[in-house]
Design a protein around this ligand. Structure first.
Ligand code: FAD
Ligand code: SF4
Length: 467
């Protein structure tokens, strides 16, 4: 994969990775061994027929390759860019042990971008309309996948989205330099071309309730509202000025274009020295965004070591190349402020790794030493949790943990006609796992409405549906 020069790319928001050329894509496709029992397929949460789509690329039939991918995955240009391929499809590739795995994600991205650039985008086979209405709440990857699959099967789909732009985290969370907005718009346009309607600025639970949707004739409802509420550490100083929750910081820039203030009217603090707390994709995105806003030094503060970081490996490498500084085995214990209540420094414990915890990763423990980082901004990227607005508005809906919706394997909740999937049922996860949940829920909704086998076996608790 080709990348832009780090010194240049860290000064703007243009895409960092340039993708494969046509020649590289064909060469890379030629490395695929076309295994009889392909392990890569099992590694992909939506089970794309990877050897088949790659064989189309080998023959330079890119539209054929795209059509094959789209049988399983409606958003290939997005997944090709952001999937953690090293632990999914590519992590299982047999060539990984010898010469390195086939770059499946990069080929997927190439196929989607090539077809879009040459205008060769074909709609999939569609069933004739069946007039059954289904409401999808949330337009992130889970919601878009349910919507697209059901629309293909003839359903009348409306997606309700609280924000003024569709796409969920893809739009408001993942920065332009990793996932350009025009790519998301293109993929959403494709979903709309299947007949899906998207109603924006529509907060279900406030603008309208789930009961009212059933009263309007929706036969089933899918909840894919993600997990966008902030999590803080509970340390002194978190309420000082210039402490941000990562999603707020990223939303200000990605969605509200705060980096172009005052042309756009949302501001964001531009600091010289910034500490970002956390070790996942959200932390990496926040740090690299702060750098692009003009910070001189940006520190990632993470309590374990690089080996345990949950972020995609490629993004850690990109961040390092751009000059992000990593403070491993460091755990914040206080944010220090000045007399005006603004962040002045971050005090951290030095940590060491102990025995593995329930996640299998070695548990960090204090060494008794601490240190101070002089920073004027702190960004908390230690995870997100469920937003209570919608889930609390649905009586008798079964939840687990910090307010996540309890579902069975196929996305059925305990309430008749209500389905859920993605981050709101698993907690913060990945784009492709949300899409996998969307695919399973679409099949379950189809079964439910068409009265197919399996529907009557589930628990039906409150019985909201009029279907
Ligand atoms: P979301 O994408 O969160 O979408 C939910 C949508 O529902 C939102 O648009 C929200 O506005 C809307 N909504 C909420 N409440 C309501 C309501 N009451 N009424 C109407 N609409 C509502 N994953 C990867 O695989 N690779 C990555 O590189 C990666 N990077 C990430 C970077 C960041 C900064 C973040 C925050 C996450 C990242 N993830 C990544 C995780 C991934 O984006 C999520 O797991 C995925 O988007 C979850 O999809 P979803 O459809 O469940 O929810
Ligand atoms: Fe790999 Fe993601 Fe594509 Fe599946 S969707 S083949 S996991 S890049």
């Amino acid at each position: 994969m080709r990348f832009r020069n780090p010194e240049k790319r860290k000064t703007d928001f243009r895409e960092v990775s340039l993708g494969l050329t046509q020649r590289q894509a064909v060469e890379e496709a030629g490395r695929c061994l076309q295994c009889k029992k392909p392990r890569c397929v099992a590694g992909c949460p939506v089970e794309i027929d990877i050897p088949q789509f790659i064989s189309f690329v080998k023959e330079k039939d890119y539209p054929g390759g795209l059509k094959k991918i789209r049988e399983f995955n409606m958003l290939p240009a997005i997944c090709g860019r952001v999937c953690p391929q090293e632990t999914q499809c590519q992590g299982k590739c047999i060539l990984g042990k010898k010469s390195g795995p086939v770059s499946i994600g990069a080929i997927e991205r190439f196929v989607a971008d090539y077809a879009a650039a040459s205008g060769q985008i074909e709609l999939p086979d569609m069933k004739s309309p069946n007039s059954h209405k289904v409401a999808v709440i949330g337009s992130g990857p889970a919601g878009l996948t349910v919507a697209a699959d059901l629309a293909k099967w003839g359903y009348d789909i409306t997606v309700f989205e609280a924000l003024h732009e569709p796409g969920g985290v893809l739009t408001y969370g993942i920065p332009e330099f990793r996932l350009p907005k025009k790519i998301i718009q293109r993929e959403i346009e494709f979903v709309k071309n299947l007949g899906v309607k998207i109603r924006l600025n529509f907060l279900i639970g406030r603008t309208q309730t789930v009961e009212e949707l059933f009263d309007e004739g929706y036969k089933a409802i899918f909840i894919g509202v993600g997990a966008g509420s902030p999590k803080f550490m509970g340390i002194p100083g978190e309420n000082l000025n210039n402490v941000y929750f990562a999603s707020e910081f990223l939303t200000r820039v990605n969605l509200m274009k705060a980096h172009k203030f005052p042309v756009y009217d949302t501001p964001v603090k531009k600091a010289k020295n910034v500490a970002v707390i956390g070790g996942g994709n959200v932390a990496m995105d926040s740090a690299r965004t702060a750098l692009r806003l003009g910070a001189e030094r940006v520190f990632i503060v993470y309590r374990r070591t690089e080996k345990e970081m949950p972020s995609r490996h490629e993004e850690v490498e990109n961040a390092k190349e751009e000059g992000i500084e990593f403070c491993f085995l460091s755990n914040p214990k206080e944010i220090l402020g000045d007399e005006k209540g603004r962040v002045q420094a971050l005090k951290c414990d030095r940590m060491a790794l102990g025995e593995p915890d329930e996640s299998g990763r070695r548990r960090p423990k204090r060494t008794g030493e601490d240190f101070i980082l002089d920073v004027e901004q702190v960004i908390m990227a230690i995870g997100q949790t469920s937003n209570p607005i919608l889930v609390r508005s649905i009586k008798r809906l079964k939840l687990w943990g910090e307010g996540y919706i309890k579902i069975d394997r196929d996305g059925r909740t305990n309430l008749k006609g209500i389905f859920a999937g993605g981050d709101i049922s698993t907690g913060a996860a990945t784009v492709i796992s949300a899409m996998g949940a969307g695919k399973r829920a679409a099949r379950a909704i189809d079964d439910f409405i068409m009265g197919k086998k399996g529907v009557s076996t589930r628990e039906t608790g409150g019985g909201l549906s009029k279907g």
